[in-house]
Design a binder for this molecule. Sequence first.
Ligand code: GLV
Ligand code: MN
Ligand code: MN
Length: 399
Amino acid sequence: MWRDLTPIGRDGGTNGYHRFAWTREDHTLREWFVAQAEARGLDVTVDRVGNQWAWWGDPDAALAAGRPGIVTGSHLDSVPDGGAFDGPLGVVSAFAALDALRDRGFEPDRPIGVVNFIDEEGARFGVACAGSRVLTGAMTADRARSLTDGDGVSMAEALRSAGRDPDSLGPDSETVRRVGTFVELHVEQGRHLSDLEVDTPVAVGSDIWPHGRWRIRTLGEANHAGTTRLEDRDDAMLGFAAAVIAARRAAATHGCVATIGKVAVTPGGVNAIASEVTGWLDARGSDEAAVRRVVADVTEVVNDFEGLVIEDSWTGTTPFDPALVRRLSTRLGGIPVIGTGAGHDAGILANAGVPTAMLFVRNPTGISHSPEEFATSQDCLAGVEALTTVLTDLAGVPA
Ligand code: GLV
Ligand code: MN
Ligand code: MN
């Protein structure tokens, strides 16, 4: 499976991935998902948002009998120049765990589902976890349809180009109800496991830090870079530069992290003064109030330059289901339980009331959202084994 996925959307120069929602690359990944499901005789359904679900067993019959399904999986899209593991490791491990269960003659007492969430990274339209947000009603269909990408293409237009009806977009409670429990396996995006003295390839996730995205916009007047005297300039870049420095300072002051990794400059000429700068602030931390203080500090500076800060998305502290977390850690031999600063569809489902937990697979460098992201094959296989144990426990006949 890994070999088939590797070439899709990979930049031959950097080895980074460019797999954005509703693009040709995404289409190829979605076809791959369907082929994997069909090869295993699983039933594929696509919900109102476009998330793909492959079921072993009938989730509706089981739900009617009071045994909602156990779902695992992740996403196949990437950030710009992303790594190979963030997302795909969870989907591949889900299919591999299912194979292991069948090889061992396991007969599930509940249906098992594998999911591929659409647009987890929000790399194209700006809002992370768009697929699970719309699915659960955390983002309205109207807002999703109106989001635009860097070329001004709306999500509605992108859906149409991908052969989908944008009017069908909306919350899908029928799909959510089928998910009795969700366990997402993911590559670790920090060094927690690799820094432990004991050799531990897998951990259970306990919670996700509060995090959000804000758009910073500063305005000025375009003019000539050579003939405009410094005192005559109204340079949008100055306010924006102050915001970047303020974000870093505020993050340090309030014990958070803040990132401005995407910027658009108008008119964008080397020899023209900027008339408008838009940048995206990503701020996170363990404490919601502290993250809000970072944004307030940045906003104050931006307002001094008569700029604007607009909230694009916010996700509060997200604990996973404590009983489920304990159960997973115990079944897996008392493995560590760790929190994360990364966002996941698992967080959106948890906030929608679905009992949810995560498994993290050790990443020796801790690097993520970069072509350097890595996990050894041995650790990935340990992840599959852990997921197999978890599914055996959750989908097996109760003791
Ligand atoms: C998703 O990976 C995020 O945390 O931004
Ligand atoms: Mn990611
Ligand atoms: Mn991810």
